[in-house]
Design a protein around this ligand. Structure first.
Ligand SMILES: NC(=O)c1ccc[n+]([C@@H]2O[C@H](COP(=O)([O-])OP(=O)(O)OC[C@H]3O[C@@H](n4cnc5c(N)ncnc54)[C@H](O)[C@@H]3O)[C@@H](O)[C@H]2O)c1
Length: 280
């Protein structure tokens, strides 16, 4: 009989861990970004929720403010440099600076008419949108965040949200795999260039985590369900060692640890928070 490993209690937090710090979260209106923003607000951060979904960003910030948090919601598409500059300017205007950035905005496909597919079948829209948001968008966001942190001369921390697909290959999703490997390369590059500025940069690399993105992936898989699946082979792993999907609160715990001063000796680390998926 195996002993279950339940996820962390969603109410867990570290009191005042981010007191006096301003945190910007891209993709902060949903899924893991929203969990990070929610927990960080409980931990006394001033939070800037940035998302391409303007209404959801405003709503998320209002909900945090309603329970006593300090939060603003900003509409920003990270593929636009001017939006990235504007979201950082909003952090400065609302809260006086920027100490922590969590870059969670990302997509795994190109939209309903541009699903993931092996490369010779993949549409340009799937390739371009996935690379455009996950790679160019994350670079533009990091560039704007770094500009502010360098100018402030008080250091900072960036956490990029990668994926197990940033550490290993995965079947049928080539642009996503390439994009998350790029996010991890970018993370290491930033760690090197900005250590002299007191800025740490790490990535969290999760497997299947219960968010709207995972629900969408599951829908796509069930639509493909009538196709024959290989019984075994390089594309088929039985699953993570912790045999259940991860929760957003488990991911927020890892991401916020990396963002916090408790991780003072960590930079350039690609942390697997994947239930052991990449351990074998
Ligand atoms: N859910 C998983 O199983 C899983 C696994 C590994 C990695 N990830 C990564 O985690 C991150 C968060 O994903 P999630 O699962 O919470 O998904 P989600 O879809 O719930 O949240 C992603 C958020 O990013 C926003 N966004 C998308 N494009 C944007 C853009 N151009 N500019 C600004 N915001 C944009 C969306 O509006 C959404 O609010 C992503 O980078 C994703 O690739 C997810």
């Amino acid at each position: 009989m195996s002993i279950a490993m339940p996820p962390v209690d969603p109410q867990t937090f570290v009191a005042r861990r981010f007191s006096g710090q301003v945190m910007l979260v891209t993709g902060g209106a949903s899924g893991m970004g929203l969990a990070c923003a929610t927990r960080a607000a409980r931990e006394d951060a001033s939070v800037v929720i940035c998302d391409v979904d303007a209404a959801a960003a405003a709503e998320a910030a209002a909900e945090l403010a309603a329970v006593g948090g300090r939060a603003v919601g900003i509409a920003a598409d990270i593929t636009r440099r001017d939006d990235c500059a504007r979201m950082v300017a909003a952090a400065v205007e609302a809260f006086g600076g920027l100490d922590v950035a969590i870059n969670a905005a990302g997509v795994m496909d190109g939209g309903d008419d541009a699903r993931p597919a092996p490369l010779h079948l993949a549409s340009d829209r799937y390739l371009e949108r996935t690379i455009g948001i996950n790679v160019m968008g994350t670079m533009f966001a990091c560039a704007a965040e770094l500009r502010q942190m360098v100018d402030q001369r008080r250091g900072g921390a960036i956490v990029n949200v990668g994926s197990t697909t940033g550490l290993t290959g995965s079947a049928g999703t080539p642009a996503y795999v390439a994009s998350k490997h790029a996010v991890n390369g970018l993370t290491r590059s930033i760690a090197i260039d900005y250590a002299p500025h007191g800025i740490r940069c790490n990535s969290a690399n999760m497997g299947a985590t219960e968010t709207p993105m995972l629900a969408r992936a599951m829908d796509m898989l069930s639509e493909r369900g009538d196709r024959p699946k290989p019984a075994a082979g390089p594309m088929v792993k039985p699953g993570p060692l912790i045999a259940r999907p991860s929760t957003i609160w488990e991911q927020a715990a890892v991401i916020l640890f990396l963002a916090s001063r408790e991780a003072s000796d960590m930079t350039g680390a690609l942390v697997a928070s994947d239930g052991g998926w990449t351990a074998y």
